[in-house]
Design a protein around this ligand. Structure first.
Ligand code: GLU
Ligand code: ZN
Length: 491
């Protein structure tokens, strides 16, 4: 059997990181087993649909470098792959179920259904849901409704006896009593649009889907889908519901925990390599110890058997760690290109840089590579170069364990030493040694000397390495800032 899997999102919002994981698992499973990865757009909920969400879906997959073998844009033998373009198919199959007696037309008005519901609540009835009023209409009764021009829905006839079992690769058998399955759910709405259940089952069958990998929140729909497959007389695909994605507190991952939409991660400056690597490890592992996987690795080694059963925790710190790693792996040229949009947005650089500016950007890329967790970190790290905002608060210059008087001496002597040594071409290591000796002379820790220098030069206590900062600023500017710092703390 050749594997065919699908990612079937509904374009009703931005791509969630949990959805991205579902897409990746399906994609890697297809690739590693020589199968096909299909993209299907489940856009039958027209009220919640938005063009922006659909575009976001395409942007997300293309940013990740995930290509679908069949689906919108690329087409394929089982198209169209957008559900709103398949209405005729759903109507045809829903009517076929009616002919077989597995489904029926229901003409109940909204008011009637609401009344039934109210009654059930009032009587604390054990039976909840549709009362199967139209389950056994005679042909005459039906024609009477039709004559009145009432547009019916089509409902599935759910057996009232017996049980339905659906098997999940990870969860095992899940069995429900038929009478606990929602009574006679709507398959086709009166406007001719299918509900999720009908469209999903028909498409998975018609598109030859062999494995259904989707979020665990769809498990409750499982028994109903099995009933639908049985009603059609179709083979049930293999189910594999993926472990939940939780925050550290064990709650379902949400905005409270941090970014959740891929667009957000992207804007903060996570790299696709890091997202792919880390997100695939949320609920999957090869051997429990290997951590680094490229997309190409995963296209080979991803196995269904290695998906975890237990809920998985999304660890933002771990993602940062992977991202830092992939940033350091990049060349200076690549980093320069990646940080440029952030610098441009701040007005720090312009798209038409001259040779000197380009060279400076490369040096900045080199110096900042080790210090960024996400690309947007470049803004606070480098703003001292482009936007000079001196620290006016004297206390910021004073390191722990030092005092203002010592700090003044440190900045004065240290600054002179720095500038004269750099002018004389003394190597960094030696300059550092001299600064260390100065700190001993003053009876302070090394930071007692370095902190005031750093604050005066970079306007911040955290920044790029000191010598990189100086080289990016230039000696004249550095000297000017050292003098200014001194006058601030002396005043
Ligand atoms: N359209 C559903 C969703 O948005 C698909 C669920 C499934 O994969 O069956 O998640
Ligand atoms: Zn009815």
């Amino acid at each position: 059997m050749s594997v065919r899997v699908r990612y079937a999102p509904s374009p009703t919002g931005l791509q969630h990181i949990g959805g991205v994981r579902t897409a990746l698992f399906n994609y890697f499973f297809a690739k590693s087993s020589g199968g096909k990865f299909i993209l299907r757009v489940e856009d039958t909920d027209r009220e919640r649909y938005s063009d922006e969400s659909l575009q976001d879906l395409y942007d997300t997959l293309s940013w990740l470098g995930i290509k679908w073998d069949e689906g919108p844009v690329v087409g394929g033998p089982y198209g169209p792959y957008i559900q709103s373009e398949r209405s005729d198919i759903y109507r045809h199959y829903a009517e076929e179920l009616v002919k077989k007696g597995k489904a029926y037309y229901c003409y109940c008005s909204q008011e009637r259904l609401e009344k039934v519901r109210e009654e059930q609540i009032k009587n604390k009835s054990e039976y909840q849901g549709y009362d199967r009023h139209c389950a056994n209409l005679t042909e005459e009764e039906r024609l009477e409704y039709e004559k009145q021009g009432i547009k019916p829905v089509i409902r599935l006839r759910v057996p009232t006896e017996g049980k339905t079992t659906f098997h999940d690769v990870l969860m095992g058998d899940i069995t429900r009593r038929n009478r606990d399955i929602s009574p006679d759910p709507i398959l086709l709405k009166s406007d001719g649009f299918p509900t999720y259940h009908l469209a999903n089952v028909i498409d998975d069958h018609m598109m030859g889907i062999t494995h259904i990998m989707r979020a665990q929140e769809w498990i409750p729909s499982g028994p109903l889908h099995v009933l639908l497959y049985e009603a059609f007389g179709w083979e049930v695909p293999i189910y594999c519901h993926l472990p939940m994605v939780m925050g550290k507190d064990g709650q379902k991952l949400s905005k409270r925990h941090g970014s959740t939409s891929l667009r957000d991660f992207r804007e903060k400056g996570y790299l696709p390599e890091a997202i792919i690597n880390y997100v695939t490890l949320v609920g999957w592992s090869l051997d429990g110890s290997t951590e680094f996987f490229s997309k190409e690795d995963l296209e080979k080694c991803f196995r269904l058997e290695n998906i975890h059963k237990a809920p998985a925790v999304f660890d933002y710190k771990k993602l940062d760690w992977f991202n830092g790693y992939y940033i350091r792996e990049k060349s200076d040229e690549e980093i320069a290109a990646l940080i440029s949009p952030y610098l441009e947005k701040e007005g720090f650089i312009s798209p038409d840089m001259n040779g000197e500016e380009k060279e400076k950007l490369l040096r900045l890329a080199h110096a900042s590579k080790e210090r960024m967790k996400v690309l947007s970190d470049i803004v606070p790290l480098s703003s001292f170069i482009f936007r000079d905002q001196p620290v006016e608060d004297k206390a910021t210059y004073v390191a722990k364990g030092s005092d203002l008087e010592k700090t003044i001496t440190a900045l004065e002597k240290g600054g002179d030493l720095l500038i004269s040594s750099l002018k004389a071409g003394v190597v960094e290591k030696e300059i550092e040694d001299k600064l260390f000796s100065l700190s001993e002379e003053l009876g302070v820790k090394v930071n007692g000397v370095f902190q005031p220098l750093r604050v005066a030069i970079t306007n911040s206590t955290v920044s790029l390495p000191l010598f990189d900062s100086i080289s990016l600023l230039g000696l004249d500017e550095t000297e000017k800032r050292l003098k200014r710092g001194l006058s601030i703390i002396r005043s």
